[in-house]
Design a protein around this ligand. Structure first.
Ligand code: IMP
Length: 189
């Protein structure tokens, strides 16, 4: 394999994937670069289903190895919500405020949460999924200017994800962990 398609057009995700997979000597290209202009409906009920829907849809067009990711925030006190619905939980930019409001009466010891990421891989002979998780807690206020989505309220160690640099976040993130798991699978051959 000398090329693999990441079923995304997100430049940050592409850079991170290219860095982690670099030792394999495989070029990571975006969905757009591969000529797959599709946006399949993510109607699965798990991260794995949604990641597989995306990877298969792009593989059907490009016919070379593809991987796709799906991710979200799972809050223990909310029985795992927003989960696969993380992107649709609130209008963009209002997700943290809504979550803080839902969590306003939840005590410190019940504020555990995790970012989850599943990567699905598909080629002509095989398909599989790998997972990555980042454990943390939901804070009491938004802190930090970096990142996106729920980063300002997700506390991991001493900082929120939005207070971390991109390098610090990639070192602990759910997506970094899933990409490392993908690297290990591909390295096995
Ligand atoms: P996607 O899988 O990248 O489309 O992410 C789905 C949704 O999960 C995003 O819209 C965010 O709301 C949330 N999410 C996933 N990863 C992160 C992260 O690293 N930081 C903050 N929010 C995230």
């Amino acid at each position: 394999m000398n090329k693999i398609v990441f079923a995304t057009n997100n430049a940050n995700k592409l850079r991170e994937a290219a860095e982690i997979l670099a030792p394999l000597g495989i070029e990571v290209i975006s969905q757009r670069e591969a000529g797959a202009d599709c946006e399949p409906e993510e109607n699965g009920v798990t991260f794995a289903e949604n990641a597989m829907i995306k990877a298969k849809a792009v593989f059907d067009i490009v016919k070379i190895p593809v991987f796709a990711d799906d991710s979200g925030l799972c809050v223990d006190a909310l029985d795992g919500r927003p989960g696969v619905y993380s992107a649709r939980y609130a209008p963009k930019g209002q997700e943290c405020a809504k979550l803080l409001d839902e969590m306003k009466d939840i005590p410190d010891d019940k504020r555990n949460a995790s970012f989850q990421c599943v990567i699905a891989y598909v080629d002509e002979n095989s398909s599989f999924t790998v997972n990555g998780a980042c454990l943390g807690k939901i804070g009491y206020e938004e802190k930090g200017e970096n990142g996106f989505g729920y980063d300002p309220v997700f506390v991991c160690g001493e900082k929120t994800m939005a207070e971390m640099t991109a390098e610090e976040k990639n070192a602990v993130s759910h997506r970094g962990a899933a990409l490392t798991a993908l690297y290990k699978m591909l390295a096995k051959g």
